[in-house]
Design a protein around this ligand. Structure first.
Ligand SMILES: [Zn+2]
Length: 204
């Protein structure tokens, strides 16, 4: 083996082995769903809704609901496995295809990591809810849950606002502390909230 081949193999080993040997974190699994969903968002923005065939809109809605179901499963496993000693009660009464929005109140968040991951989870729930609202087409026979979406989106946005007052969360996300992991992790939540509220440009 030449030295060059040896170096190549070593580099390849170095680049792939961490992903092979380390199991995915809860956050990795959540972001796998974010990536799948971002494709739905991209294709739903590219289409002119009025001229889209109903069939393709129905397909997009089904895909979105599939991600929502997977997110629901992710959330239960995360809370049950990572926080087995906490009691999470559901009082949001989300209709059948939707994931539960409930969490601990922000003052009872056990760790900053919990706060970040909870907010990232709400961000994807908000993005799915607002995308489904955009996909709802008056020509289609709409399922009953469509009417529930604006209230759901607003509930999620309120939860996210409340969480941003959590002290440890604030500290990890302050810009003045530089490009920290916490700061980077607020990029997706900040973007989804701004999209939801229709805030364009500016710094706030
Ligand atoms: Zn709930």
């Amino acid at each position: 083996m030449t030295r060059r081949q040896e170096t190549f193999l070593l580099t390849e080993e170095w680049m792939t082995s961490p992903w092979k040997s380390q199991p995915k974190t809860w956050r990795d699994k959540l972001y796998d769903l974010v990536v799948v969903f971002s494709e739905i968002v991209a294709s739903s923005q590219g289409n002119n809704r009025a001229s889209s065939p109903l069939e393709s809109i129905r397909t997009e809605i089904d895909k979105a609901l599939q991600v929502e179901a997977e997110l629901s499963a992710w959330k239960s496993s995360w809370l049950n496995e990572a926080y087995p000693r906490h009691r999470f009660r559901c009082h949001c009464q989300s209709p059948a295809p939707f994931s539960c929005l409930c969490s601990l109140s922000a003052s009872k968040f056990p760790t900053a990591d919990f706060a970040l991951l909870q907010v990232e989870c709400w961000s994807l729930q908000l993005l799915i809810s607002t995308t489904l609202s955009k996909l709802s087409d008056p020509r289609a026979d709409l399922p009953v849950w469509i009417a529930h979406l604006p209230g759901r989106s607003s509930q999620i946005a309120n939860n996210m606002d409340e969480a941003s007052s959590f002290l440890a969360f604030k500290r990890t996300t302050e810009r003045s502390s530089g490009v920290t992991e916490g700061f980077c992790r607020t990029i997706f939540p900040t973007w989804t909230l701004r999209e939801y509220r229709g805030i364009k440009g500016g710094d706030k």
